[in-house]
Design a protein around this ligand. Sequence first.
Ligand code: SIN
Ligand code: CO
Length: 385
Amino acid sequence: MAMLFADFDAESFLRDHWQKRPLLIRNPWQSWSNPLEPDELAGLACESGVESRLVTQSQASWSLEQGPLPQDRFGTLGKKPWTLLVQAVDHHVPAVAALVEPFRFIPNWRMDDVMVSYAVDGGGVGPHFDQYDVFLVQGLGRRRWQVGGYCDDATELQPHDELRLLAHFEPAEEWVLEPGDMLYLPPRIAHDGVAIGDDCMTYSVGFRAPSRRELIANWSESLFAELADDDRYADPALGLQENPGEIAQPALDDLHAMIAESLLDRDGFARWFGQYSTTPESPEIDWQPEEPISLTDLSLALAEGRPLVRNPASRCAFVRLDDARLMLFVNGQCFPCEGPMALFAEQLCRQDRMPVELDLLTSKPALELIADLYNQGCIGFDSES
Ligand code: SIN
Ligand code: CO
């Protein structure tokens, strides 16, 4: 079941708050219901292949344990405040994936995943800042959020490396969030959330933004893999120069152009970035069918009107080439699409559940694309239909 906003103006949010300043949004949902039970979260934290952390506090000292946690760990926690954090829960739990859909006014490639935390009274991860935008949705119980100023690489941290806690935190604003309330925080703003009472669950709908350093390193690595060794500097017009020690300006211009031509290849960059930004960080949650589907079985199922659903662990995006053509990117692969197939690709990127138009079934390339995505586990048939 999709979770929908009843009262949220995405356009004014983007204009006034996105990447600019925090915003407290009191229960904007049509009807809020906590999508995951605390026990289910604890169960996920014990599974291998799920990234989780347990933070415990005693007086002023913090300790961090990486998951998977032993099944009996929760029985031995005692009275000190603790918090359990589980990463990418939307990839594992469809009801948590549904929570992301109302945030699709932000492009897919900027979306990261949903981290879910569970805390007992007084639990939290301490004052810190993150590099990314986040919507902190209060799922269950209550949490007090304090928000301070902007931080950067020079901001002084406490000696605990992994938790990256702020050495000095001066809250400027403070709110208590109840179930369904949410707080938007732009990147690098200092914040601290502390559970008020037990059974406090917070859903962090997180975004990502590549650093210049990461982009340059990865784009040049991909160029490096493609460039031939005999594509080399040449100077058939070499003239006499007064001092052989000089690296002359015309040589520098030619050398610099060799680099600039490759690095500034806009079309190559678009294709690379589509693939790079849709490559899943963790191995995909397996939706692969036991037997690959044939084109005949696929068209029969689609002709019956069975809607397709996108695997929440799949990353989908596209780059438009012209009115009829685009490049579809799914989990790091590029599929050139045109005509009806391009319309399907747009639908796949727009919504997590899609009925397939009947005239698409007459296009063999479109059916082949759907079969390919289905057999890889990127899409499946809606079991509710
Ligand atoms: C939490 O859910 O306790 C932590 C979320 C955050 O501050 O980033
Ligand atoms: Co944070």
